[in-house]
Design a protein around this ligand. Structure first.
Ligand code: HEC
Ligand code: HEC
Ligand code: HEC
Ligand code: HEC
Ligand code: HEC
Length: 216
């Protein structure tokens, strides 16, 4: 059979085809790495806030309970955010004239809510519920990290669907006793849970991984 292309031309084509294949694979690998990268999910990135509130000071050094400011966390889907009035219970006594607290004082005086910028925000099509977790032994620290050591509040987990599912497939090892849910620096000992509770979660994982648990 007569040759359609010269030998050099066919070799050039072969090289091109191999290069094309490599770039498809390469783009796939890069895309995957990008979607898994923490930076894609704003992990570790603080947001601008009206007041330089510090958890390390209030929840850490002063040891104020999370529920003092996030008061609906055990009862509702939303954790709840503190009103200016909550801040003023102390800041009408300490740091009274401080200029950094001016937004708190004026919001208190005008009866308008403080507008904090969210660092954790799921898209509207995903449903989350604090009470369901907090009352079943999933700790703040497991999802939000060492908040008591943060000068600026940041995400420590991606909050991606893959991250939710990693736990929902087998929650037991991540669980704590109820009284340790608000404790920081505690090691979960879910591995030692009684067999009936472990069995409950093996059974529950089917419900917990079904799409309409989180997409309703
Ligand atoms: C239970 C009491 C208490 C509550 C409630 C409280 N604070 Fe404070 N806060 C303090 C104390 C005490 C200090 C001063 C600590 C010091 O001087 O070392 C302080 C300091 C501050 C500072 C200055 C921090 C710095 O060193 O830069 C800011 C800003 C602040 N608080 C904001 C707030 C906001 C906003 C709220 C409400 C969401 C709030 N605080 C609620 C007790 C409280
Ligand atoms: C004195 C009040 C106060 C206490 C106590 C407190 N927080 Fe907060 N928290 C705030 C304020 C004000 C903000 C908004 C500003 C910011 O993000 O730093 C906030 C924001 C957060 C956020 C980010 C919310 C978002 O929009 O994404 C998380 C998570 C959080 N707090 C967890 C905790 C945990 C866990 C504890 C207990 C260890 C705790 N907080 C104790 C006042 C408080
Ligand atoms: C299972 C993981 C998980 C646990 C446990 C958890 N959170 Fe959250 N938290 C989230 C997610 C996800 C969001 C974003 C929710 C959204 O956008 O709908 C969030 C948002 C928040 C917010 C922002 C306000 C709001 O409700 O949207 C605060 C404040 C907060 N969490 C505090 C806490 C505190 C305090 C605890 C412990 C008592 C806690 N969280 C336990 C995952 C968790
Ligand atoms: C560290 C473990 C863990 C992580 C992370 C986690 N969950 Fe859960 N989730 C649980 C456990 C445990 C339950 C409660 C199961 C029970 O006892 O009914 C639960 C329950 C729920 C429920 C209520 C289910 C029902 O049947 O009412 C929803 C909704 C939910 N999770 C959504 C999410 C979403 C969305 C995320 C990610 C943003 C997430 N969860 C991350 C452990 C986790
Ligand atoms: C435990 C909770 C949970 C379950 C179960 C779950 N999802 Fe999700 N899903 C999420 C969260 C949170 C997000 C938003 C974060 C993200 O995009 O990863 C999401 C995002 C998505 C997206 C948008 C992805 C994107 O890249 O924007 C699709 C599509 C989706 N889910 C489909 C499904 C399907 C299909 C199932 C059942 C097989 C399912 N989900 C089960 C929590 C869940």
């Amino acid at each position: 059979m007569a040759q359609l292309f010269t030998r050099t031309a066919s070799n050039a084509f072969r090289v091109l085809i191999v290069l094309a294949l490599f770039s498809v694979v390469g783009a796939g690998v890069l895309g995957y790495a990008w979607s898994r990268a923490d930076a894609t999910w704003n992990v570790g990135k603080p947001a601008d806030q009206p007041v330089p509130f510090r958890h390390d000071l209030h929840a850490g050094s002063l040891g104020i309970d999370c529920r003092y400011c996030h008061s609906t966390v055990e009862r509702a889907a939303d954790a709840g955010m503190p009103s200016a009035q909550t801040c003023m219970t102390c800041h009408s006594q300490v740091w009274v004239g401080a200029s950094v607290l001016e937004p708190v004082r004026s919001s208190f005086a005008l009866g308008q809510p403080l507008t904090w910028t969210s660092v954790h925000r799921l898209p509207d099509f995903a449903y989350f519920n604090h009470a369901a977790h907090v009352t079943n032994g999933v700790a703040c620290e497991t999802c939000h990290g060492r908040v008591d050591q943060m000068t600026k509040t940041v995400k420590t987990q991606t909050l991606s669907m893959g991250w939710c599912l990693d736990c929902h497939r087998d929650p037991a090892p991540h669980l704590r006793p109820r009284e340790a849910v608000f404790v920081m620096g505690y090691k979960p000992h879910g591995q030692d849970l009684p067999e009936d509770i472990q069995a409950f979660y093996r059974e529950a994982s089917r419900r917990l991984t079904s799409c309409n648990t989180c997409h309703r």
